[in-house]
Design a protein around this ligand. Structure first.
Ligand SMILES: [Zn+2]
Length: 678
């Protein structure tokens, strides 16, 4: 299962005061932040889509052997790129190739609306791996006529079968995945997993009759197309020598190379099984592979590669081809390890009632990785987290791996938010400091929230789990508790002592300003006017910010200021605000430890749910000038091998592609592995 990033999260706006302490840490981190800041995250926008770039932090820290491992795995991944197009729709490859040929060779007028619409149409195909919208599933309509396309074809000598040409313009195969029974799950879906003449009942009957081990069931039908041949229903298996065999042979070629430079035995064993699976198509081997893969947790590099998620199949059997290659997030791992080591100190020194403190606390392990390359179902539209394998009995008996894709989330958060920052920050100082230090404070808060926050505190003897006692308020209260642990410790000199923070007061200030502003204002841009807040994280942020605002009002801890008719929230007393966060943390832990439903409910309902309508309206108006496409995807960095005169790789460097179109055409040139029809 994957976490899809459906809307751009608002970056918490932050501020840091510079300080001479911890010069070395400060310098390193400033350098990193500066480098990141000058990076251009947004490549371009068209239709309802935004194309972003991501960096690969940590790549330079890898050994040459590790770099090769990453490189071979990404080459393996891209070798299956064509499969995704063909899986999505049987005409996708021929249409894409015809339009690419026009795009490269057309010499006529490129200023006309027709041509611009043609370009957008082709880019949308690249984005969706086919002619259906990647998210909405509808076939998108071209902004040009059939006559115009024929002109382009004639002038560039491009050929396309009549049937494929027609479907660009007609109403046939309108939905990629149709879940409406009346139109027929198979007949109504353009997806290329079944003979169109098969019915949902045929498919069910076929797979129900297939016998599998009841205790250790394979993922039936995961790697094949179901067709009728000579009156009999059979699977055309995706394997070497079978359907998509040409692509799969290329994948195997690169996996073999990867195997030679793998980091450890477990990785080698995994790759051997994955290769064997691609050679045989045997789903028992796929399970064996996943068991080894789930347990292979050593090393700095990991990947997924295979037919994995079944969302594109209206019947839920067939896996879409997908691959992601990842590197350990060294910076975040170092911070988290440093925090986890001190977990007991944080527990002992927190504001919790002594009876609610754990005597032996263990930091929660939380994994972030950085993506080095993606293809297939994961590209250009990407997950932000991965939790695999999918097969339930393997998860239960052998475990699973769960990671969040740090650099992808980071790119989302930093794409085009500077205008918003200027709009909602109180003054120039805040903007300046946020731009210089915000990212660091953000990362540190996440690390504290995950590693220390969720691990902290204990229930009173005999009290049920929070799900039982606090019911529908348990998630909001748990997120608030973890956030508060982070907020309480962000200004603590302990963080400087253990080397994760350059400046306690500065980081604290940055985090506090950002948290208050987000909790009371900017997060509301994701909500429609008149709606209550429903989502747990949003509720928790408003709860924390609004509670602190009210409780600190007599000391003017947080001040609401109107400047040129616009509302701002300014923190006046950071010490007192910290004490308030500590107080609320203690209270929410008490609620959890005692299972005090009424008190929990009152907190959430009073501070976390209702929205000030006047303020919300103002925020939406102020935000309306920042136009942003609803869906984002990514171009991949290019891994460029440097060779010596003997053709040996001496180094691999990361470069950014110039444009989306440039990368898509390059991929077509380097990774065309399948014929038009399969
Ligand atoms: Zn959390």
């Amino acid at each position: 299962m994957k976490t899809r990033y459906l809307f751009s999260l608002l970056l918490a706006l932050m501020l840091v005061v510079s300080c001479e302490k911890q010069k070395d840490v400060n310098d390193i981190q400033n350098a990193e932040v500066k480098k990141a800041e000058s990076f251009e995250y947004v490549s371009e926008q068209f239709a309802d889509l935004k194309i972003l770039r991501y960096q690969v932090p940590g790549f330079d820290q890898l050994s040459l052997q590790q770099k090769k491992y990453v490189y071979y795995l990404t080459q393996a991944g891209l070798s299956g790129r064509d499969i995704m197009y063909d899986q999505n729709y049987r005409h996708n490859l021929s249409i894409r190739r015809a339009l690419e040929n026009i795009y490269k060779n057309y010499q006529g007028d490129k200023n006309s609306d027709d041509w611009k619409n043609f370009e957008v149409y082709l880019k949308r195909i690249w984005f969706s791996n086919g002619i259906h919208h990647h998210y909405a599933n509808d076939k998108f309509k071209p902004g040009f006529s059939k006559v115009y396309l024929k002109e382009l074809m004639n002038s560039t000598g491009t050929e396309l079968k009549e049937e494929a040409l027609e479907v660009i313009f007609n109403d046939q195969d309108r939905k990629k995945v149709n879940l409406n029974d009346e139109t027929g799950l198979i007949k109504g879906s353009a997806i290329n997993f079944y003979d169109p003449e098969l019915t949902a009942e045929d498919v069910s009957a076929y797979y129900n009759a297939m016998e599998v081990d009841a205790d250790q069931p394979i993922e039936k039908g995961l790697n094949s197309k179901l067709v009728r041949e000579n009156g009999k229903i059979v699977e055309k298996v995706w394997k070497s020598g079978g359907m998509y065999g040409a692509s799969i042979d290329k994948i195997i070629f690169w996996l073999e190379k990867a195997k030679e430079v793998a980091e450890n035995e477990a990785q080698v064993k995994g790759l051997e099984l994955l290769i064997k699976y691609y050679q045989t198509g045997d789903l028992k081997t796929w399970d064996e592979y996943n068991i080894v893969w789930a347990k292979a947790t050593d090393g700095d590099i990991d990947y997924i590669n295979g037919f994995i998620e079944v969302y594109n199949d209206p019947k839920g059997y067939k896996g879409s081809y997908e691959t992601v290659v990842q590197i350990k997030d060294f910076e975040m791992s170092q911070k988290m390890a440093a925090l986890a080591k001190e977990a007991q100190w944080f527990e002992d020194n927190s504001t919790l009632d002594p009876s609610h403190k754990k005597k032996n606390v263990v930091g929660v392990s939380y994994k972030t990785v950085n993506v080095a390359g993606e293809a297939g179902d994961a590209s250009p539209s990407t997950p932000i987290g991965i939790n695999l394998p999918n097969n339930n009995w393997i998860r239960e008996q052998h475990g699973s791996k769960s990671v969040s894709l740090g650099n992808i989330i980071h790119a989302y958060n930093n794409a085009g938010s500077s205008g918003r920052l200027k709009e909602f920050a109180y003054d120039e100082d805040e903007i300046k400091f946020e731009e210089e230090y915000g990212q660091l404070a953000d990362k540190l808060h996440t690390a504290l929230h995950e590693v220390i926050g969720h691990a902290s505190g204990q229930l009173n003897p005999g009290v049920g789990t929070p799900k039982e006692t606090l019911k529908n308020y348990s998630s909001t209260l748990e997120e608030a508790r973890a956030d508060l642990v982070g907020l309480y410790y962000l200004p603590d000199t302990k963080l400087v002592e253990i080397g994760v923070s350059p400046d306690a007061a500065g980081i604290g200030k940055a985090a506090y300003d950002g948290y208050i502003r987000n909790g009371l204002m900017t997060q509301l841009i994701r909500l429609n006017l008149g709606d209550d807040i429903e989502e747990a994280h949003m509720r928790n942020r408003q709860l924390v910010a609004a509670w602190a605002m009210e409780k600190g009002s007599k000391d003017n801890v947080i001040e609401q200021i109107t400047k040129d008719g616009k509302t701002y929230f300014k923190v006046n007393d950071y010490e007192k605000l910290r004490a308030l966060f500590g107080e609320l943390l203690r209270e929410i832990q008490r609620i959890k430890s005692e299972g005090d439903f009424e008190a929990g409910k009152a907190l959430v309902e009073t501070y976390g749910v209702k929205v000030d309508q006047e303020l919300h309206k103002e925020i939406l108006e102020r935000n309306s000038k920042f136009k942003s496409a609803p869906y984002s995807g990514f171009i991949n960095p290019v891994l460029v091998p440097k060779m010596d005169e003997n053709g040996e790789i001496t180094d691999i460097v990361v470069e950014q592609p110039e444009s989306f179109a440039g990368q898509m055409l390059q991929y077509a040139e380097d990774f065309t592995t399948l014929p038009d029809e399969n």
